[in-house]
Design a protein. Structure first.
Length: 386
């Protein structure tokens, strides 16, 4: 085979790879079309299994390929094992004129006396190995080695391109999934806060004060309810909220929930006065609200009377820490009503935010006994995103 014929083969192989978008097609095109044009009678192409550190047979030409894209008795070789494994480990091609004199030679489907083996490598990254054998001694020469190395180089570049494209596609799909989950999260958070029972009970309470001629209380609660609804709608499209506004919202929300549950619980919110960054802090939206929705609904569902929530905030330049202390109880009820079951779980919300936004939100829950009472503590550490 002269130089012009070899160049024609390289051009043909390069063009044929242009339409290939998966590794299987690349390797079989190399085996069935390119290798056959070189006049070789036997060839096996391996890919590296990085997890197991093995070379795995993926395509072949000759006896190992009885028909179509089938492999006869495919085998795997450890890195460094045999001539093929040694080429993979060293990333250096090998030309063996007489395999009977090379102790590394491993017989596959038949004993052959000549072997040529080149790594499929690009920028020192190994993708696989092309291994060709022939029954005659000294069949392969330096020209064959040069030709096969050039073909392996083209193959490596194409595999690299295909894998890079697949990686980009995976990242795009992951990003799209995260965006969909974030949108769903926002909708769930809004639905959780604006569930019909919460709305109707709040409106019924306002109606009660009006009909009872407690106009001052009616106006106060109507004003609080309106603020809360406006806050929800305004925040729906935002990923973050100022801590100052979040604490205001928490006051409104807990005030209305107290009314809803006929003063079955009480609360106090304390802010670290020495914290200069408290009012300037920015935190992820709806996290604290979803947490309190879960705690209150769980407490009220188990008919816990006289519940008291002690809430404190402190802030630094890098984080905001929320600590909640409450009275724990023995849960007798196991099946919540349907609307309570639909409430977004605060742990799920944190997990999704950490995955989608990389917030690294931390939470810790503890229960300890004081006298005859069991006291629960939840510590939530949020990033200060200012």
């Amino acid at each position: 085979m002269n130089s012009e014929q070899f160049e024609d083969i390289l051009i043909y192989f390069s063009k044929s790879l242009m339409g290939k978008e998966n590794e299987e097609d690349i390797l079989w095109d190399l085996a069935k079309n390119c290798i056959s044009k070189l006049g070789f009678v036997d060839c096996v192409i391996y890919l590296v299994d990085q997890n197991r550190q093995l070379l795995v047979q993926k395509a072949a030409y000759g006896p190992k390929n009885p028909k179509d894209k089938a492999l006869h008795n495919p085998v795997s070789i450890s890195m460094g094992e045999g001539i093929t494994g040694n080429v993979a480990k060293t990333r250096r091609a090998a030309l063996i004129p007489d395999t009977s004199k090379d102790p590394r030679y491993i017989e596959d489907d038949a004993n052959r006396l000549s072997e040529i083996c080149v790594p499929i490598v690009d920028e020192n990254h190994l993708y696989g190995v092309i291994d060709c054998e022939h029954p005659e001694k000294c069949y392969f020469n330096e020209r064959h080695l040069k030709m096969l190395s050039a073909i392996a180089s083209i193959c490596a570049i194409k595999i690299k391109s295909v894998r890079a494209g697949q990686e980009v596609l995976k990242k795009q799909e992951k990003l799209l999934k995260i965006r969909e989950e974030m949108l769903e999260l926002k909708v769930l958070a809004l639905n959780s806060q604006l569930n019909p029972h919460f709305l109707f009970n709040s409106l019924n309470a306002i109606q009660y004060f009006v009909t009872s001629e407690k106009k001052k209380l009616a106006l106060e609660y109507l004003s609080t309810f309106s603020r809360l609804i406006r806050f929800y709608l305004r925040q729906l499209g935002n990923d973050t909220v100022s801590l100052y506004n979040e604490i205001d919202m928490l006051h409104w929300y807990l005030k209305l929930q107290k009314l809803r549950y006929d003063d079955s619980f009480d609360y106090v919110i304390a802010m670290e006065k020495s914290s200069e960054t408290l009012q300037e802090a920015i935190i992820p939206s709806f996290v604290t609200h979803t947490l309190f929705e879960n705690i209150i609904e769980r407490s009220m569902f188990n008919q816990k009377k006289g519940q008291h929530f002690k809430i404190s905030f402190r802030s630094t330049n890098s984080e905001v820490v929320l600590v909640i202390q409450y009275q724990e109880f023995d849960s007798k009820n196991t099946t919540p009503p349907e609307y309570r079951a639909r409430i977004l779980k605060w742990q799920d919300q944190i997990k999704l935010l950490n995955t989608a936004k990389g917030y690294n939100i931390k939470n810790e829950s503890k229960i300890h006994k004081i006298g005859e009472r069991w006291i629960g503590n939840i510590t939530l550490t949020l990033p200060n995103l200012r």
